[in-house]
Design a protein around this ligand. Structure first.
Ligand SMILES: Nc1ncnc2c1ncn2[C@@H]1O[C@H](COP(=O)(O)OP(=O)(O)OP(=O)(O)O)[C@@H](O)[C@H]1O
Length: 575
């Protein structure tokens, strides 16, 4: 929790103001019982009406002032807590932007969302409750006890004894609830994970008639969450009557002892009333403080989860001294690259060596799981390699800043992903100031111009979340156009033509070759027909290069390639 206190620092002036306002509010609240005692002892007992009116007026004034302080205190603490929440969310988001894929995997997407929403909410609530309820408690306790002791030391003692019992109860509750609150937040992660999977996979679930199975799975997570919440509430169900009982016992003791004192003529009735009010105020704020105290474990559990994210050092970091790369003919090169996924026993790629030149197309082909997409994701440094080096324009990508590196790379992922907005917004994703001409040129190369032209609103057509209002092939072409709008040195198409028909695929490749001159093009492909014209084909077999050359050369001397080609092409095509 202390780790998160730094988020309060920018608001220290507001915090001081809140503390001052709370202090004034508490003193005002405590002064009213003293005036009550005065009215009773000196006004009501003697029937002194002017005294009653005068003191009543002062009471009213204090009540109004206390009310104003309370409103201002609440106002500023709300500003403070929502500001803190916003800053924590920003910090989490900024941190997440630096995370590698492995970092995301280690925390989990659903958990990342819960931490940014529910966990931050808990912290925000705890901050406001601590300011409003916990902070006045010590002020109330000290000032109230001084006043109570000034009336009668024994009665002050009764209040202190009750306070001690309260504190013991609070510690017991804290011990019992802390682990349960941690469970509650992980339960929320689980619900988010299942809900996310249920919503994104709804078509598969329905197609396989697994709705009931999924409902049961989601229900189990709801039930686990509810059961933990019930266990927490059971603890409170026992604790709250105990708190009330302590409160009533305290009042009883004061009245009983006060009665004896009045009988002896040692105290006046107004003083007893004042002590009861002091006790009620002190204990009320103490109960509130205890309640907030019980919120702290949950907030602490949330703070711990947030700190885990904030403290996680991104696996991929920029080098301390970043280099820049001047354009060269050798756009991309792999030098003895070996890569192993986190937690995997065997490397997925071993000792890869190849070079991609400007204006040339390099195709990567191989069986499923041979490591083609892995090669594609190593170039923009989604993962770091364990051995060897990857260079762009002759400079090791680890020595370039991630920003520079990714500026040099135009990446089209295997699964086309579009953002909600318009087609133009999506195409401008890599170059915000791209002109309409640039968008149209990219769309033309990507064979997307015709279907965009057929849409009623053209480039201003709305794209639904995830691009769900477009077909698979349209989404692929839009995501290709998006990469082409950005001027890159290396374009990577990770199996990005798979949803295109043969004619569109051929037209797209021809347009790419004609229009993209100064950049290296890397095409990960499954279809031999998509790559026969490539300047260089790399044949991947279980993570190692089984052959390298043109289509003709490989047919001659690479059995793995020949096997793939024979399985896809007719005899005439092979000849
Ligand atoms: N994030 C990951 N974590 C662990 N292992 C992975 C991960 N991604 C891929 N792999 C493993 O690495 C190997 C290569 O996967 P990759 O996706 O690169 O193959 P691919 O040749 O592109 O396959 P496909 O043609 O089916 O897309 C596979 O065995 C796969 O199980």
């Amino acid at each position: 929790m202390t780790r998160l206190f730094k988020f309060l620092m920018p608001y220290r002036k507001t915090l001081i103001l809140v503390v001052v306002l709370l202090f004034l509010q508490t003193l005002g609240t405590l002064y009213i019982p003293t005036l009550t005692a005065d009215i009773v002892n000196n006004g009501i007992v003697y029937g002194d009406i002017p005294y009653i009116i005068r003191t009543g007026g002062i009471m009213l004034l204090f009540a109004v002032m206390t009310g104003v302080f309370a409103i201002l205190g609440t106002w500023f603490s709300a500003i403070l807590s929502s500001g803190t929440g916003r800053d924590i969310r920003n910090a989490l988001f900024r941190k997440a932007q630096r995370f590698s894929i492995n970092d995301f995997n280690s925390i989990g997407t659903a958990s990342m969302i819960t931490r940014n929403t529910s966990d931050v909410n808990q912290i925000q609530q705890a901050v406001i409750m601590m300011l409003q309820m916990m902070l006045p408690a010590p002020i109330m306790a000290v000032a109230g006890l001084i006043l109570a002791f000034s009336k009668n030391a024994f009665m002050g003692g009764i209040i202190v004894a009750t306070m001690v019992l309260f504190m013991i109860l609070a510690v017991i509750i804290e011990r019992k609830t802390m682990p349960l609150f941690g469970l509650l937040q992980t339960g929320m992660d689980k619900i988010n994970r299942f809900m996310r999977e249920y919503i994104t996979g709804v078509r598969v679930i329905r197609a396989f008639n697994r709705t009931d199975f999924e409902r049961r799975r989601v229900n189990t997570s709801f039930e686990d969450y509810a059961n933990t919440a019930i266990r927490i509430n059971k603890i409170f169900a026992v604790a709250m009557p105990l708190v009330l009982m302590l409160l009533n016992l305290c009042t009883l003791a004061i009245i009983w002892f006060g009665g004896i004192q009045i009988g002896k003529g040692a105290m006046e009735i107004g003083d007893i009333m004042a002590v009861i009010e002091y006790a009620m105020l002190i204990l009320f704020y103490l109960v509130m403080a205890v309640m907030v105290f019980t919120m702290i474990p949950r907030a602490e559990a949330c703070a711990k989860r947030i700190s885990e994210v904030l403290d996680l050092e991104p696996e991929i970091a920029d080098a301390p001294a970043e280099l820049t790369a001047d354009p060269s003919d050798e756009k991309l090169a792999f030098h003895h690259v070996t890569f192993c996924y986190q937690g995997a026993e065997e490397p997925v790629l071993s000792d890869l060596n190849f070079t991609c030149r400007a204006g040339e197309t390099t195709a990567i082909i191989g069986g499923t799981g041979s490591g083609k997409s892995t090669i594609a994701s190593l170039i923009p440094r989604f993962y770091d390699i364990q051995a060897g080096s990857i260079t762009i324009d002759g400079v090791d990508i680890k020595t370039l800043s991630q920003r520079d590196l990714r500026n040099k790379v135009g990446f089209v992922p295997q699964k086309a992903f579009l953002f909600s907005g318009t087609i133009a917004d999506n195409l401008r994703y890599g170059k915000e100031d791209a002109t309409m001409d640039e968008l149209q040129r990219a769309a033309r190369i990507a064979q997307a111009d015709t279907f965009i032209g057929d849409l009623k609103y053209g480039y201003e057509t709305r794209v639904a979340q995830g691009g769900n209002n477009f077909s698979g092939g349209q989404k692929q072409r839009l995501s290709i156009a998006r990469a082409l709008v950005k001027k890159a040195d290396v374009y990577i198409f990770d199996d990005s033509f798979s949803a295109l028909d043969f004619k569109t695929d051929a037209n797209l490749r021809a347009a790419l070759k004609a229009e993209i001159k100064g950049a290296a093009i890397i095409v990960v492909a499954q279809r031999v027909s998509s790559i026969v014209d490539a300047d260089q084909i790399i044949v991947l077999d279980n993570g190692i290069i089984a052959g390298k050359g043109t289509h003709r050369e490989l047919l001659e001397n690479c059995p793995v390639y020949r096997e793939i080609a024979e399985s896809q092409l007719s005899k005439e095509e092979l000849a």
